[in-house]
Design a binder for this molecule. Sequence first.
Ligand SMILES: C[S@@+](CC[C@H](N)C(=O)[O-])C[C@H]1O[C@@H](n2cnc3c(N)ncnc32)[C@H](O)[C@@H]1O
Length: 279
Amino acid sequence: MTDVLDDVRDHYRATGLTERLKAALAAFGPEDQRLAPQQLAAVDQFHTRGLAATGELAKLAGITSSMSVLDVGSGVGGPARFLAATCGCQVTGVDLSAPFVDAARYLTARTGQGGHVSFETGSALELPFDGGRFDAVLLQHVAMNISDRPRLYREIRRVLKQGGRFATYDVVLGDGKPHDSVHYPVPWARTPATSFMLTAEATREAIEAAGFRTLICQDDSEAAKAWAASLRTSPPPQPNLGVVMGPDFALLAGNLGRNLLENRLGILSAVFEAVSINT
Ligand SMILES: C[S@@+](CC[C@H](N)C(=O)[O-])C[C@H]1O[C@@H](n2cnc3c(N)ncnc32)[C@H](O)[C@@H]1O
């Protein structure tokens, strides 16, 4: 288990990331100029369909200004900043990658959101928070890096209040498609050794078994395919996630698109209510 976590951490090691972001963001203006969270979308929304997907998930989850929200696997913090800006809630992000957390704090200083958004380094399998602390938990494009799904979803259930919302936006294995049909490298893994997709149905079962009731479960694969097709025809925005993941990011994103278009992978959006673990 520790070996896999180390390998996943290595994949997101991103040496010198904050310095690279500083240099790339010079395109938006001087260092002391405040940026709008949306301006950063091409570098800080690290999932299929970017900002649009984060907005849709927040809406599905019914996030409101009075909520305390945890973003598990928060990356460089784009979803957390966008949620705080658009819903007015307090957001805490937690991520395995220390360089990502450092970059998330830097970008949050640039958007002036330090009063509403904070980040900690930690594992989704051992969340560094007391039980029952959050009204809502978000998990976007993280579970495919985690093999121990029962433990992941139990940890999320533990930190949620009873009746709280868990919203997930995940890459899933296409129905009837074997693991070895997936083309690698992809944005979350260079090889199958750190990639652990489940089908949409198996994902939902694992979440319910951890103490959740399904509220919404939708297949967003068609929208993801349209996004993947558009990536093939339009040039990438500048700067983009290549700043975060390295110069071959276009290859990784291209393989994700190919897997989606060939139905080897799909996209699941789902929202659950935290119920009593004994019911
Ligand atoms: C594809 S990125 C998605 C980032 C962010 N959720 C977003 O949508 O912009 C996956 C993130 O999950 C984090 N991650 C993977 N495994 C994790 C774990 N066991 N605990 C915490 N974070 C993890 C990675 O470090 C990375 O930041």
